[in-house]
Design a protein around this ligand. Structure first.
Ligand code: ADP
Length: 256
């Protein structure tokens, strides 16, 4: 369970997000939505323990401030975005990095548990047969699955995502969301994510947090938190009208 109580944080002594409180139960997925600059990434960084905060972040009834880095890493993993690759590792080595914080002594090398875990995660994302390939030879979709496997190898119960579908084409976006949805449907796992695409957000999440200028505008299920008027006022446009118009165009194409 993840709880935030009156969390404020920002940069250089200036708060960017303020008075953020919510509870996410085991097995629930949360999407943070709101316009550019409203503080979504900042909130994800705060939950990842990357920014000093006022207030409290509680993971499984324990204050995050009282937890060691290794203990936090056993609960929360951040799935990174596609990034430039300067050094090429194999797929296997990249996923093994997810085990790093669990290894007792990094110099001892991976245990058989670590190796099995990496194989299991590669299998889960359909990349076991590519384990010896260099990651700079993979497609964008395959690479994103390698990052997902690395995140899974950390064996967290909460995955934090910040725009994980950036740079992915439609098929890989849908595939990634399907993998994440499947992972979160087991063992009380949860996802907290920022997704620009509201359609993908609706597919993944059962809870929504709408941020507006650093404050919570609404929180709850889609029908409660993402109402027509609210979403239109936060984004400053007729979002639902835009979606319905797009759908009509697709229907016309499909019926052709
Ligand atoms: P969002 O993810 O919703 O687009 P961000 O959390 O990235 O918003 O940014 C919220 C605000 O914080 C913006 O005004 C941004 O300029 C500012 N900000 C983000 N990162 C930093 C940083 N490292 N240092 C100073 N200000 C930052």
């Amino acid at each position: 369970m993840l709880e935030l109580k009156n969390v404020n944080t920002g940069y250089d002594g200036k708060d960017v997000i303020q008075d953020i409180s919510f509870t996410l139960n085991d097995g629930q997925n949360l999407c943070i939505i709101g316009p550019n600059g409203c503080g979504k990434t900042t909130l994800i960084k705060a939950i990842a323990g990357l920014l000093p905060i006022e207030g409290q972040i509680i993971i499984d009834n324990k204050d995050m401030r009282k937890m060691k880095r290794r203990e936090i890493a056993g609960k929360i993993a951040v799935m990174s975005q596609l990034s430039n690759i300067f050094f090429s590792y194999t797929v296997y080595e990249t996923v093994l990095l997810g085990r790093y914080l669990h290894m007792k002594g990094a110099f001892k090398g991976p245990s058989s548990y670590d190796k099995n875990c990496v194989d299991k995660c590669l299998k889960a994302v359909g990349l076991l047969k590519h384990k010896d390939r260099q990651i700079n030879t993979l497609s964008g979709g395959q690479l994103q699955r390698v990052y997902l496997a690395r995140t899974l190898a950390q064996e967290p119960s909460i995955i934090l995502l910040d725009e994980p579908t950036n740079h992915l084409d439609l098929r890989y976006q849908a595939e990634l969301i399907d993998y994440l949805k499947e992972w979160s449907s087991k063992d009380g796992n949860s996802i907290v994510g920022v997704l620009h695409d509201i359609n993908l957000a609706l597919k993944l999440a059962d809870n929504f947090l709408v941020l507006d200028k650093g404050y919570i505008k609404s929180y709850g299920s889609a029908s409660k938190a993402v109402t027509n008027d609210l979403i239109n006022s936060v984004y400053g446009m007729d979002v639902v009208g835009f979606m319905i118009d797009s759908l009509r165009k697709w229907e016309r194409i499909a019926n052709f």
